[in-house]
Design a protein around this ligand. Sequence first.
Ligand code: NAP
Length: 313
Amino acid sequence: MRAIIIEKPGDVNQLIYTEIERPAVLSDEVLIKVKAISINPVDIKTRTGNGVYGRISSESPLILGWDIAGVIESVGSAVTKFKSGEEVFGMVNFPGHGRAYAEYVAAPEGQLALKPVNISFEEAAASTLAVLTAWQALVKNAKVKAGQKVLIHAAAGGVGHFAVQIAKYLGAEVTGTSSSKHRDFVMSLGADAHIDYRDYRWERHPNQFDLVLDAIGGDNIQRSLVVAKEGGTVISIPAGLGEAAQQTAELKSIDAYFFLVQSDGEDMKQIASLLEAGQLKASVQEVFPFTEMKQAHLKLETGRTVGKIVVSL
Ligand SMILES: NC(=O)c1ccc[n+]([C@@H]2O[C@H](COP(=O)([O-])OP(=O)(O)OC[C@H]3O[C@@H](n4cnc5c(N)ncnc54)[C@H](OP(=O)(O)O)[C@@H]3O)[C@@H](O)[C@H]2O)c1
């Protein structure tokens, strides 16, 4: 089968096309013929030796990617939830070795859900790592309640555009940040208000939000702590918070933490039913063919993506 491997960390030229054997399935796994893959900033971080590179670098061949949608080709001996021919999607083995940049992927059945019939493989692949992150942050960690005021940073991006929709679904009053260019897109997701982060004076608007989801990191964590209410929550997803931010958080009794998304088929099932009901929708900005994975990475690396970038097979 065709696959893209990396032999050492670096730029997009380290994405090497090769032919390898189809993966063998363990008893609890299914073999998926991949139709679409979505890519995420963690793919780029890992390609360059950061992200989860340290966790998987000893494995060979090293194949990037976690987000797939496709058709089940065969099932392991202990699989009970799925059968051959069914269309599925999910985030495979994150934060471990997903091996998604390939024509066939072996995935534990417990990490998948049936693809809703009313969405394409491209939309399904887009609705995996990014939406699981938003779901696990807002529903499972922060337990957002109706009426709460929620700020979503990078609301036009992969995680953010799902987070706005999920926070609205939970009944929150939602503000999203982006550049003014992407304001209309953020508002179209259901946001109640928009902030252009480029000219906003954060210090003039303290103590506004019950929850801030920070997808930017760095200085943005301190800004998030300013606008979070005393006793509120700040979840930062790019990296850890750092000591200074933890101290600021303690002074305001803010529950501030980093969390890492995990593969979870039960969460995928709930996401699938929201997608099926039209209560959640992936926005796919661009679809690249498998032969253009390098161009797909370069596009995502601009940091200006609206919604998701998908690669189709
Ligand atoms: N911990 C976890 O489990 C986890 C999971 C998923 C993602 N992440 C991390 O979360 C981050 C975001 O991921 P993503 O997939 O959403 O990225 P993405 O899709 O690449 O985000 C692109 C968006 O970021 C916006 N943006 C850039 N700078 C901004 C700023 N200063 N303020 C507000 N918006 C800004 C851009 O909007 P404009 O063009 O309008 O500026 C663009 O729409 C990455 O660092 C990723 O690795 C962590």
